[in-house]
Ligand binder design. Sequence first.
Ligand code: NAP
Ligand code: MG
Length: 454
Amino acid sequence: MTVIDVIEPATEKVLASVERATLPELDNVIARAALAQRQWAAESPQRRAEALLAIAAEIQNNSESLAQIEARNVGMPISDARDAVAGAAATFRYYSAAPERLMGHTIPVAGGVDMTFREPIGVVGLITPWNYPLLIAAWKVAPALAAGNAVVLKPAELTPLSALKLQEYARAAGLPEHLFNVVVGPGSSVGRHLIEHPQIGKIAFTGSTEVGKDIARRAADGIKRVTLELGGKSAALVFADADLDAAAEGLTGAVFGNSGQDCCARSRVFVERSALTPFLEKLEKVVSNIVVGDPLADTTQMGPLVSASHAATVGRYVDDAPVLFRGTTPAGPGFWFPPTVLHPISDDHPAAREEIFGPVVSVLAFDDEHEAIERANNTIYGLAGSIWTTNAARSLRVARAMAAGALAVNSYTSVRFSTPFGGFKQSGLGRELGPDALEAYTEVKNVFFNTNAR
Ligand code: NAP
Ligand code: MG
């Protein structure tokens, strides 16, 4: 048995110690989950719906302690952690309606009746990152259970605490034993074993594009189903007629939120040249006012980065980049990094091209709509994007032209539980949330029924 120390990024101190699962333990978990899954799938849809509602209620009843755990383990401001916990509960509530609505089709055919069923896949493996550990787990666990699957969840080793709590609350809510399991361990061993295990029918992964490619390759051997939510380098297009105050102020959340450790971060902001000077003036005020500090303080807007090594990586991007202005950080321990604005910067600079996953934004000027779209789309990624303009026709035209899965007009919102979320190109494969997620956790079965039989 080995134990890992979980570090609190704002203090650099050990927050908790957690046992790693061994590979034989993982095998046992999967075998028991396979048995539990058969019973779960045979339960009435009403019973499954009630179980999901009960989990939502447990999350809600423990929301403040869960938010504290998430804030301390990730370094996320407590106000954001509270939103994340509320979002996790809302996701379970949303999918509690799914078991009773997993409908198939009846299809006109000769000689009988044809019908389709949405069958569960079996045991699904979920692998999640450290940036929104609880919320991203909920996006996967809730639809997977709703569709009749059992779940083995491997959280990131940096941030396993809220997933372990979720497992505890699911049991307290009366979910059958062995149906929802959390295994802690490194991706390179426990994660890989999960992907390659013959009894795992599907992997749903959120994390880096690099690891996502590796998972897709390994899953291919068993023709396993995969959904991948990967990296991004999302663009905001700010036209001169836009509400520049809203476009600048919104970046507090849209690129500096969770210290930029957000796959949807609008880390490239293209501004129409005639609006560049006023936009940068507004952004400078916004950045200088961002409250960076103790994640547990109600007024904090930005906490530290998740780890020392991640802070070093983010730092390397900025070392030789043109910093126009930046915000502040507290002194003392903690993996702090100030909100940072890069300008003027070439589209080809690594800081403007690669996902930094830190509080760093590149501001780029453009002259016309067509050019802005071309440059925004000139990336391997395609996760999210925003269009800021008061010209309605243009906003829709540009939204249709942008190669990204989650777009917002005059808003930086990327995610709602009731709408599909996922990436174009190397930002992912498949969709989470909304009605679409259920497709990712079911197989379509077609049954022909011969009505001429005696
Ligand atoms: P990561 O290194 O890809 O890790 C994600 C998860 O995969 C962790 O649980 C990790 O385990 C595990 N893992 C690592 N190597 C593995 C392997 N070879 N086989 C199986 N599992 C493996 O990503 P991260 O550093 O945690 O998170 C940052 C990245 O996630 C960013 O690129 C970001 O864009 C992306 N992200 C995307 C979304 C989205 O919805 N599109 C959301 C959030 C984050 P251990 O860390 O425990 O070893
Ligand atoms: Mg990693």
